[in-house]
Write a protein that binds this ligand. Structure first.
Ligand code: SAM
Length: 160
């Protein structure tokens, strides 16, 4: 897949935080892409592939966590690890625990999971490095100025 990030820089400040090398001529997967605005900004259309060089998971972990609990979250991380080629990158923008509270009542399942979650977002890093097996992590954005409200969160890049 060809991915160029110059064209739509400015539309979403998160695009500017990404390195070209993670997308140019790479197989990329954008999990929970919504209308696909970031995906379009990267000019990357998700084709099916057995493995990927780059996997994005931006502002999605909370929804998987509330819908599927701790087991679902760990399953997500394991699947991402398996889908990434060696040397691949996993770009994650996790929602903070404080934002889970806003959505805990969206369904009975979310309410139940909210009350039984033991893995908090602060410990995702430890799980991804020590249990899943990522080699290293870098923080590429702490707070992005100009980002659509609700998306000004830290973005971390894990290297397989
Ligand atoms: C806040 S939007 C983020 C959209 C996009 N990734 C971004 O950062 O601009 C949350 C996304 O999570 C997706 N989502 C919700 N529950 C999900 C689940 N259980 N599994 C996968 N994606 C889910 C929604 O469809 C939506 O696209």
């Amino acid at each position: 897949m060809k991915a160029l990030i110059d064209r739509n820089v400015g539309e979403d400040p998160r695009l500017e935080a990404f390195k070209k090398q993670w997308f140019e001529n790479k197989d990329c997967l954008d999990i929970g892409c919504n209308q696909g605005l970031v995906t379009i900004g990267l000019e990357s259309m998700d084709g099916c592939s057995e493995q990927y060089d780059t996997i994005l998971c931006l502002s999605v972990t909370k929804w998987i966590h509330l819908n599927w609990g701790d087991d679902g979250l760990v399953t997500l991380f394991v699947k991402i690890w398996r889908l990434l080629r060696p040397g691949g990158v996993f770009i994650m923008e996790p929602q903070p625990w404080s934002s889970y509270k806003n959505n805990r009542l969206v369904s009975e399942v979310a309410k139940e999971n909210f009350n039984t979650i033991c893995i908090y977002p602060e410990s995702f890093r430890e799980i991804l490095l020590d249990k899943i097996g990522f080699r290293s992590v870098e923080l590429i954005a702490d707070r992005l100025v100009g980002t659509v409200s609700g998306f000004n969160r830290p973005i971390e890049v894990y290297h397989k």
